[in-house]
Design a protein around this ligand. Structure first.
Ligand code: DX5
Ligand code: ZN
Length: 217
């Protein structure tokens, strides 16, 4: 497998100093920046939107991984792409009936696309569309907040999706998001994830460089 990519979630950053926070991720060895967009409808929290992505774009060259926890994501993907997203992921639960079209729409804007499943959604729900994805994201907490406990059953989902990906002749990333710590990163990587999102484990660490490096398993 390729190198493990660590993708800190800026949901745990200091929003009043976001430029410096994003720069510090790059300086400390992060591979991507995970941008959690929440609308207060799809999840019970409101984070930030297009303008934040546009502004942090000026502070880093790292790819911006935009995780849209919003209803009707198709309404906004073009604007997130224009704002500087490098990859946009949308929830199966937010577009059950048009996921394939939304993924194609994302691709048509020139950025990478991904599908996300919540902890209570089976792999079967997205299995057929995996070949259309550049990345598949498995939520290991119910989305909405950082700092929650990792749901262990997610490891089985990672193994199942890794099995599907490995049979395809395509380079598809497998990302995990929620409750990742320095203690469980290794078993997550062993289960098949190659993109590791971590919010509190990076931003609350006394030494971000060490934390980012330790998250590689
Ligand atoms: C949860 C978000 C996550 C979250 C991760 O809804 O999608 O990206 O910020 O935070 P930690 O790593 O603290 O669980
Ligand atoms: Zn996320």
């Amino acid at each position: 497998m390729d190198k493990i990519k660590v993708c800190p979630s800026i949901l745990s950053a200091n929003f009043a100093d976001m430029g410096a926070e994003v720069r510090s991720l790059e300086e400390n060895g992060a591979d991507m920046v995970h941008c959690d967009v929440m609308d207060g409808v799809f999840v019970n929290n409101i984070s930030f939107g297009i303008k934040m992505v546009e502004d942090i774009r000026k502070y880093t060259k790292l790819p911006l991984d935009c995780h849209l926890m919003i209803v009707n994501p198709e309404k906004y993907v073009e604007r997130f792409a224009k704002a500087g997203a490098d990859i946009i992921t949308v929830h199966y639960e937010a577009c059950k009936h048009n996921l394939e079209d939304v993924l194609k729409l994302i691709k048509s804007t020139g950025v990478k696309c991904g599908a996300v499943i919540n902890p209570d959604t089976p792999v079967l729900a997205i299995e057929k569309i995996i070949p259309l994805c550049d990345m598949v994201l498995v939520m290991s907490v119910f989305p909405g907040f950082g700092g929650q406990k990792f749901i262990k059953e997610s490891l089985d989902k990672l193994r199942a999706i890794r099995g599907v990906i490995d049979k395809l002749d395509r380079d598809i990333d497998l990302e995990i998001d929620g409750g990742v710590t320095l203690d469980n990163a290794k078993e997550i990587i062993d289960a098949g994830a190659n993109v590791i999102v971590a919010g509190s484990a990076v931003f609350n660490a006394p030494d971000r460089k060490k934390a980012i490096s330790a998250l590689r398993g």
